[in-house]
Design a protein around this ligand. Structure first.
Ligand code: ATP
Ligand code: MG
Length: 233
């Protein structure tokens, strides 16, 4: 079953006289439970593509179907709703709120869903346990290592049980060993929780955790192949 279906997606950024075509007629599909890595040089459109997939941004033209919903026709508020229900985000620099402890950070997506405090707390604890951080629940981001902060961010991404995890350079700010740990977590979410994962990375080693690698150049897909794969799927 296809969960992401993009047809001739283009994204034009206009600032004053300057126009940048960040995505040019990009077409591809991603099936449920795939683990896909997106690679390409700086400025090739990777983050733009991930933001369109994640309903953080809309394409200028083309059609995008997410889980059977035509996203390019949706209003902003409907886009946020779809995003909150279907997508979990992980960023290079974690994007945690500095004044909130791990638990509160993980609860955020559930607040947007209008869930009551008790239920939020329960689900946040379970998510933190899943990433091995039950003993750090009450720590602030500043009291945690980079790898631990990224695990909190992953707990926040998975707490609402989304169908898709989108990650933009999730290991970019981490050392190799910690990066591998984060990838093990992704493999786990992919295989045990059947979450579809799409990650952007500069590192070949990290890309190979995915079973498929899409390469971008100047806003176009230049290759789309199954990877050797680090782990048997
Ligand atoms: N908000 C914006 N306004 C104008 N141009 C933008 C905007 N965001 C991105 N661009 C341009 O679109 C192109 C693609 O940018 P994008 O951020 O998707 O690249 P990237 O592949 O993620 O690069 P990096 O590896 O450096 O993160 C670049 O040329 C960039 O300058
Ligand atoms: Mg980027």
């Amino acid at each position: 079953m296809e969960i992401i279906k993009m047809e001739s997606i283009s994204k034009l950024y206009k600032s004053g006289q300057i126009q940048v075509e960040a995505l040019k007629n990009v077409s591809f599909t991603i099936k449920e439970k795939e683990f896909v890595s997106i690679m390409g040089p700086s400025g090739s459109g990777k983050s733009t593509l991930l933001n369109v997939i994640g309903c953080l941004d809309q394409a200028t033209s083309g059609t995008y179907e997410l889980s059977g919903t035509l996203v390019d026709k949706l209003s902003d508020s409907k886009m946020s709703e779809v995003r909150n229900l279907f997508i979990g985000f992980v960023f290079q620099n974690f994007h945690l709120l500095p004044r909130m402890n791990a638990l509160k950070n993980v609860e955020i997506p559930l607040i947007y869903r209008g869930m009551n405090a008790k239920m939020r707390r329960e689900l946040a604890e379970i998510a933190l346990e899943q990433v091995g951080l039950k003993d750090r629940m009450h720590h602030l981001p500043s009291q945690m290592s980079g790898g631990q902060q990224q695990r909190v961010a992953i707990a926040r991404a998975l707490v609402g049980n989304p169908s898709i995890i989108l990650a933009d350079e999730p290991t970019g700010a981490l050392d190799t060993k910690t990066g591998d740990l984060i990838m093990e977590l992704f493999i786990d979410l992919n295989q045990k929780k059947s979450m579809t994962i799409v990650q952007v990375t500069h590192e070949e080693e990290i890309a190979e955790y995915g079973s498929r690698i899409i390469r971008l150049l100047d806003g176009e897909i230049v290759s789309d192949e199954s990877s050797g794969g680090k782990v048997n799927v």
